[in-house]
Design a protein around this ligand. Sequence first.
Ligand SMILES: C[S@@+](CC[C@H](N)C(=O)[O-])C[C@H]1O[C@@H](n2cnc3c(N)ncnc32)[C@H](O)[C@@H]1O
Length: 464
Amino acid sequence: MLRNVSVTKNFPEAEVTEHLRSVFLNKEVLAAVGLQEAELRFQKLLTCLSHPPSYTCVRASTHLAPLEDIRLRLVEELKKQKWISSAEQPSVHVSPHPRITDVLLLPVDGPRPVEQLSSEVVVGAQCGSAVLRGAHVFAPGIIASPKYMKAGDMVSVFSDLEGRCTRGATSFQGNKVFVGNGVAEMDRSAIFATETPARGVGVQMVDPLYQSPSFDGVLPSLVFLQNLPSVVVGHVLAPRPGEWILDMCAAPGGKTCHIAALMGDKGEVVALDRIQNKINRIRQNAQMLSLQSIRAYCFNSTQAVSDEPKQEAEGPPFPPESFDRVLLDAPCSGLGQRPNMASTWSLKEICSYPPLQRKLFQAAVRLLKKGGVLVYSTCTVTLAENEEQVAWALNTFPCLTLQPQEPHIGAEGMLGAGLSPEQLRLLQRFSPELSWDQIETTAPLPFRADRDTIGFFIAKFLKT
Ligand SMILES: C[S@@+](CC[C@H](N)C(=O)[O-])C[C@H]1O[C@@H](n2cnc3c(N)ncnc32)[C@H](O)[C@@H]1O
């Protein structure tokens, strides 16, 4: 083992683990690699999902400044952070990705040997996952704290894996995972005040299990935290200046902003999402990154095609064959997220996604011009939401053909959906389990970055 592996993902719902196991041990996989190898891959998947990737990926705003300038400014900013100058962390390494021209990579140090303290703060699983990726604990994420906790106390932070801890509790004995030590920034009474719920940092992480810089307020217009496969999506879509692009499920707008940046902010990116609050996030992000070409609307994208003649209003719904390119970054079960300790979903919830994805896909195909490009992506690992959707799409829409992707830095598609070897080669599946114990954590970042990602899937189609 090249990593100090201490946690293995366990889905609280045993039927979810069993379901995933049947996906990863499907007949086609068993015939190709055998039971032992398939079982091993599945166990590695569960292990690596419970750990964050060994680096942080940021997308640089190369529409505003050259990559090298942004890199140097980032190094300067991060040098100012306390952890950087501590004895353990001698220097800041920010490396460009060897192939992706707007990506910077920073190593994550961990898991580190951190001693647990007697004072315990319990946070929600989502907050715990964010801490494992370099965040501090924000007050709303805190569920339990010692009875007499005062600002300035040193505390150990635990993530409540199953959402069982009661808000305001003083201790918790349930299923929890240690994520590091920090200094309380507030008294307990301020955190659990009923009249004005506390905001801001509740615990400053000074000794986290995984150490990486905090990007809070760091060069907000020049660097954007984004997983590597998500950045790949924008490049695979390959938008050109002047085009009309639709991002059907856009919030909070990471990919929307990337698309607009790749177009040099010339043309228009229509960003739809069905949740109003999230539309505000898209607008804030666009503003922060100085992007003018984004129009965001709150709309259910399954209804985004109109057969009526176009009204005067410029927003959705749109006539068929309107867009040069469409991105469907679909709502999904999110099982590829790392570290993924928050999944308390039932099998029924996980299985609810494919029908919604198909409705969105149908609208996407109708809205795309002939000769246009459609990119479908998810951050999950199931066949039903990925390769099986591709097989369904190719059968349902004879006008679609699979296209090669550039860059293609992930693995090929997974066996099990009846796709041919040629079709699988055109798909891009980021499968961290395939190289989990094969890459030295000391290997140079650019070598391990492409393999040590979240679980993710990308398919690119042309409408002929
Ligand atoms: C995977 S997230 C999108 C992430 C986004 N593309 C990014 O890169 O920042 C999926 C989004 O789909 C939205 N969504 C779900 N159902 C939708 C629908 N019927 N129409 C539009 N948006 C939908 C969700 O609100 C969620 O924000």
